[in-house]
Design a protein around this ligand. Structure first.
Ligand SMILES: Cc1cc2nc3c(=O)[nH]c(=O)nc-3n(C[C@H](O)[C@H](O)[C@H](O)COP(=O)(O)OP(=O)(O)OC[C@H]3O[C@@H](n4cnc5c(N)ncnc54)[C@H](O)[C@@H]3O)c2cc1C
Length: 424
């Protein structure tokens, strides 16, 4: 039997802007943790909150459909007394009046406001393109609509040029290659994943793509594109190489959606600063997910983390705080990526490491990389080793990477659990 839906309140309640991973989680978690007032979830996309990670993986491959992307069944919102308004964009926040303003001018009052506005794909413009009329075969990937357009444009033997060798670009490359497309990946840095992974991981991922038949060009910059009939037909590199193209995907990162927050004095184009309970500079406004910047105590740095786990953790902390409990999130950044038969799981931040230890055999596609700085474990990458990944994640959370038996990390005769146990 379904629980009786909660009554709707007309007094100002909790208004959540952005119906993605963070917004959906925050709405349901707030109700679960004791928020008794109205909850209104506003989202500018046409769909109920859905999972984005499959857009470049199973969904692009046609292995899952739109219904399976839904984060929750529609009834879950009604049952929890969460009103959802889709296709609705907030254009301004009036903090003094405690209202948000929609694009049609409607004003909605709030007692507490949550900003979960995520980000959008960073636009790519280059010589030969009219930014006012982007070529019809230039795509990016952030939304389900983007994934549908990409899926519709991809054919076996399509010549696909991916601009950007980060995770999203590489996942698109892997999926497109698996569908039979001819794929070239262009990366301006000397190696793939330069911003987020160590050299050994970059090399491994590059080898996997080459083995699958992807043409990789690192240190490659695009000089211009040549268009005909409103479509890119050729991508010309700075070294003069001409790459014929049927489809071009730009995967050059994202821009946080912070315009309304910035205009209200709550952040910058880098993100909305929040504390460990997800509270902004305004105690009546919380924020969670890709649109935020937080101080990550483990690395003593302010970071914008773009990952589902972070969006969920921040949303739960925000919900707790709104319900009168302080449950600061103890962020250990982590992320996963699926490419071909590779399950990559990354925990921590490897920047600044001075040593990398390998456990297992990269040739067998079953190994971990541990990044160390002096006597401290900073981060690890696991390839097809989910159990090891879980152990490292827990160890980083509980020890901060200190006091471990680092020399045993590469020795498979010592169980990883033992190597990661704090030394007495
Ligand atoms: C293709 C792809 C693959 C990914 N793969 C992985 C992965 O493997 N692992 C992983 O951890 N992460 C992955 N990510 C990242 C992950 O999806 C994001 O970190 C996560 O979606 C962040 O959730 P969010 O709620 O902060 O933002 P979003 O999911 O972006 O949701 C924000 C929502 O707010 C809406 N919005 C914005 N402004 C307004 C406004 N003014 N009014 C109303 N609505 C507004 C947006 O349209 C959007 O619907 C991937 C992302 C993409 C695009």
């Amino acid at each position: 039997m379904n629980p009786t839906p909660r009554p709707m309140h007309s007094t100002p309640g909790l208004v959540i802007v952005g119906a993605g991973h963070a917004g959906s989680e925050l709405a349901l978690a707030a109700r679960q943790q004791g928020w008794t007032g109205d909850i209104l979830l506003l989202g500018d996309e046409p769909d109920l909150p859905y999972q984005r990670p499959p857009l470049s993986k199973a969904y692009l491959l046609g292995q899952t459909d739109a219904a399976a992307l839904a984060l929750r069944q529609p009834e879950a919102y009604a049952t929890a007394g969460v009103r959802v308004r889709l296709g609705t964009r907030v254009r301004a926040i009036h903090r003094a009046a405690h209202t948000v303003e929609l694009t049609d001018g409607e004003r909605i009052p709030y007692a507490k406001l949550a900003l979960c506005t995520g980000g959008r794909a960073r636009p790519w413009v280059c010589e030969g393109m009219d930014p006012e009329h982007p070529p019809s075969n230039l795509l990016s990937l952030r939304t389900r609509a983007d994934a549908d357009a990409l899926r519709a444009g991809l054919r076996p033997d399509s010549r696909l040029v991916v601009v950007g060798g980060g995770y999203i670009g590489l996942e698109v490359a892997a999926s497109a290659r698996s569908l039979g497309a001819q794929v070239t990946v262009l990366e301006a840095q000397p190696r793939l994943l330069a911003r987020v992974a160590g050299q050994a991981m970059s090399d491994f991922v590059a080898d996997a793509h080459r083995a699958a038949g992807v043409a990789l060009r690192t240190g490659a910059t695009v000089a211009r594109v040549h268009c005909a009939g409103g479509r890119i037909v050729q991508v010309e590199l700075a070294d003069g190489t001409a790459l014929p193209a049927d489809l071009v995907v730009a995967g050059i990162g994202m821009l946080p959606n912070t315009e309304a927050a910035r205009a209200a004095g709550l952040g910058s184009d880098q993100g909305i600063p929040v504390d460990a309970c997800s509270v902004t500079a305004d105690p009546d406004i919380v924020a969670a997910g890709d649109c935020t910047v937080q101080h990550v105590a483990l690395y003593d740095r302010a970071l914008r983390l773009e990952s589902v786990p972070n969006a969920l953790e921040q949303a739960r902390s925000a919900a707790a705080w709104l319900c009168g409990q302080a449950k600061p999130n103890q962020t250990v950044p982590w992320f996963w990526s699926d490419q071909y038969d590779l399950k990559l799981q990354l925990v921590g931040l490897s920047q600044g490491h001075d040593r990398c230890i390998v456990r297992g055999q990269s040739a067998q596609r079953h190994f971990c990389l541990f990044y160390l700085q002096g006597q401290r474990l900073l981060a690890a990458d696991a390839v097809n080793r989910p159990a090891d990944f879980m152990l490292v994640r827990r160890a980083l959370a509980t020890t901060g990477g200190l006091g471990l038996d680092l020399d045993a990390l590469g020795d498979e005769s010592v169980p990883l659990k033992t190597a990661l146990a704090p030394r007495p």
